[in-house]
Write a protein that binds this ligand. Structure first.
Ligand SMILES: [Zn+2]
Length: 201
């Protein structure tokens, strides 16, 4: 994000962790980093949670294809391994397509702090969640609180496909390696996870 946009996000509002971001596996908030297992629910410990959902509207059923929490340290380590070009292209994509300043104005400055306002539509394509068969949600946390910044955010599979296209072969290899480091994935979903689009913010 450029400096102009960063100034928009100095304010951070913290709320209790919404159920949408609980671990599907435990029915509770994520307590540990899915990579290094560091404890997360202490104030001052920052991390992201990301969940990918596949919906089968015909059967009124949905699966969480993958979910993980990643602590700030592990996230920084992984980002360092991604290629500079990939990171640059992703940043441009976010600035041009998500428009963080406009997003912040729309929600933050109007004090709209209902989660559905933030994740009800794809942040890139604006498609409503109810019409999607596959999407990911992601948000930043601090201990047992969720932080409203430019996140929480929902990305449709169409947006994720565009983002994967921006990644270099090297970066895709890094992300695929990261998938193997994630613990606690249900074994029966392992194949779906392997094939899923995976973009760490
Ligand atoms: Zn970690």
């Amino acid at each position: 994000m450029n400096n102009e946009n960063e100034e928009e996000f100095i304010e951070i509002r913290l709320t209790d962790i919404p159920k949408e971001f609980y671990s599907e596996a435990t029915g509770k908030p994520f307590a540990n980093c899915s990579v290094c297992e560091k404890h997360l629910l202490t104030a001052g410990t920052r991390y992201m949670v990301e969940k990918a959902v596949k919906r089968y509207p015909k059967y009124k059923h949905q699966d969480v294809i993958f979910e993980y929490a990643i602590c700030e340290e592990c996230q920084i380590q992984m980002h360092e391994k991604l290629s500079t070009e990939s990171k640059q292209r992703m940043m441009e994509f976010m600035n041009q397509r998500v428009k963080p300043g406009a997003r912040s104005n729309k929600f933050y400055h109007e004090e709209r702090f209902e989660l559905t306002d933030w994740i009800g539509n794809c942040a890139v394509t604006q498609q409503p969640l109810a019409e999607l068969t596959e999407y990911q949600i992601m948000a930043p946390f601090d201990g047992n609180k969720m932080a409203y910044t430019v996140f929480p955010m929902m990305l449709s599979v169409q947006a994720l496909d565009e983002m994967v296209e921006l990644l270099s072969t090297k970066s895709l290899e890094v992300l695929n390696g990261f998938k193997d480091d994630i613990t606690g994935m249900p074994p029966d979903l392992h194949e779906l996870f392997k094939e899923s689009r995976f973009v760490v913010m």
